[in-house]
Ligand binder design. Structure first.
Ligand code: NAP
Length: 242
């Protein structure tokens, strides 16, 4: 679980533990938040481990997966959830360094984590298979004009990873799917400079409210589960009809 310390990742980590997964709660820098998730899982009788690693950095990704091998056993599932966005602005104000940061986590990081997962889960490597869920956004299709087109483009790239990798490893026991979240109550909107964004936009949505992280988590867990055994390269929109 990349980015499991807060928001959608935290809700997904806790639900996964409830469903019997031993969960690696990866985070970048907010150790307190990640340790709180780990403590909550352990208090409920589950198995969890917090690991600090910046998924944009290749040595960190390699160390993250080696830690999971050593501490939690064979990998069966990956949720590529860690993602970032920066302050709302127009394309004409986005510099190259920002594009590198956003794509570094949202695209490069997800690719490297998927690579490590395939090496551990593919039947061609003698493993038993597994499932990957990439946490994307409706922004991939809507473009996020005036807010963060760079972020939207990174999520469109992530969706292409979902489609391509799904077909690449479909015969090797690995399913790869995506969840495109809508406007969900988490702290990510503060990073965009508008902490109240969900309250502002919620009433304008077909369902007339923002979503909760647990509602995204349930879709992720379904796609990871055997209930979704014949689904790969596909997406669930969890976006209140948006
Ligand atoms: P969030 O509350 O800001 O949490 C992000 C999590 O990702 C944190 O645990 C953070 O770690 C971690 N993270 C960020 N960069 C990382 C990196 N380079 N390496 C490792 N961990 C990293 O975000 P969220 O709203 O839950 O978003 C989760 C995913 O859902 C993202 O991919 C986001 O794009 C997607 N999404 C969210 C919404 C929404 O409305 N909230 C909508 C569509 C899609 P620290 O705690 O250490 O900072």
């Amino acid at each position: 679980m990349t980015g499991g310390g807060r928001g959608i990742g935290a809700a997904t980590a806790m639900l996964a533990a409830e469903r019997g997964y031993a969960v690696c709660v990866n985070y970048k820098k907010n150790q307190a938040a990640a340790e709180a998730v780990v403590a909550a899982i352990r208090a409920a009788g589950g198995n969890a481990l917090g690991v600090a690693a910046d998924i944009a950095l290749e040595p960190d990704v390699v160390r993250l997966f080696e830690t999971v091998d050593a501490r939690l056993g064979p990998l069966t599932a990956l949720v590529n959830n860690a993602g970032i966005l920066e302050r709302q602005t127009r394309v004409e104000h986005i510099d190259a360094a920002r594009i590198d940061r956003v794509f570094g986590t949202n695209v490069r990081g997800a690719f490297m984590c998927a690579r490590e997962a395939v090496r551990r889960m593919s039947t061609t490597h003698g493993a038993a298979g597994g499932a990957i869920v990439n946490v994307s956004s409706r922004a991939a299709q809507l473009g996020a004009p005036g807010e963060y087109v760079d972020y939207a483009a990174s999520k469109a790239a992530l969706d292409a990873l979902t489609i391509g990798l799904a077909r690449e490893v479909a015969g090797e026991g690995i399913r790869v799917n995506g969840v495109r979240a809508g406007i969900i109550y988490t702290e990510i909107h503060a990073d965009g400079g508008e902490p109240g964004r969900v309250d502002r936009l919620g009433p304008t949505l077909p369902m007339q409210r923002g979503g909760a992280a647990i509602e995204v988590a349930r879709a992720i867990l379904w796609l990871l589960s055997d209930e979704a055994s014949y689904s790969t390269g596909t997406f669930i929109d969890v976006a209140g009809g948006r």
